[in-house]
Write a protein that binds this ligand. Sequence first.
Ligand code: PEP
Ligand code: MG
Length: 324
Amino acid sequence: LQAGLEKLRDEPAETLDGVRIPLQVNTGLMTDINRSIERGAEGVGLYRTEIPFMVRDRFPSEEEQRVIYREQLAAFAPHPVTMRTLDIGGDKSLSYFPIEEENPFLGWRGIRVTLDHPEIFMVQVRAMLKASDGLDNLRIMLPMVTSVIEAEEAQHLIHRAWLEVRDEGLDIAMPQVGVMIEVPAAVYQARALAQRVDFLSIGTNDLTQYLLAVDRNNRQVASLYNSYHPAVLHAILHVVEQAHEEGVPVSVCGEMAGEVGSALLLMAMGVNALSMNASNLLKVKAAVRQVKASFTRQLLNEVLAMDNGEVIAAYVDLQLDKAG
Ligand code: PEP
Ligand code: MG
């Protein structure tokens, strides 16, 4: 824990003028649970379910998955735990389910894989639902959605899984279902998606990669990977506005949520929750508690009028330094 920050564990992330924002964590490994609780996380905004799949040499059974998911849900209850359905493909592969492609980031990834293999999806969703028995803090999130058709198909399968576990005698509430906004198509479908789901969560890691056409893992172009690029900032603002007009909350679970400057801009845009690596949580909380929301809104208005991402990044740093 960062020295001096641990005293903030049980304090709210609230600005000097009284605006609160829940700070949640991204998890994947079992060890993330304790690190997160120690830092006072208000739930999980992204549980990367592919991680327990990646450390095995075969697909975990429904019962194995149920046990793993139960630990996450029980550790954070009554706070929500947002479980993302399997997000393999791209840079994440399973040794026992190889995917060979020329262009993996534009290929068979995330929801595309699981809708083509509903048996994998159904086992996973059934395990999540069973794990939530008596806790009611499960939220299910769909990765890499590019169209309303994918969201509808997945929701249909989730509903079927829910009917199945109820038929088996478990009295489980239907969880909230949301989609990740992480490809440009979803940005321009934000309203239509919001009309169909309970929440949106912006994955700024992939959204930056796909908006800027910059591979997030390629060092050669790393200097072009900039989440302060105006295209990224305006895309996020568009999503927040469209979703809010539909009365649907929006969170952010990409790295932007865990960096002080971008976290404050996201808060100013009206994002409803920030989800980050546990190691960043107290740092972001300290920053939120040191500023006025009016300061962050002014900073946002200034940067939205700028047209150069590098200048924006430098400007945000400068203003934060000045503010102490
Ligand atoms: C993202 O794309 O921003 C995200 C949170 O998901 P991942 O990093 O797992 O792709
Ligand atoms: Mg992603």
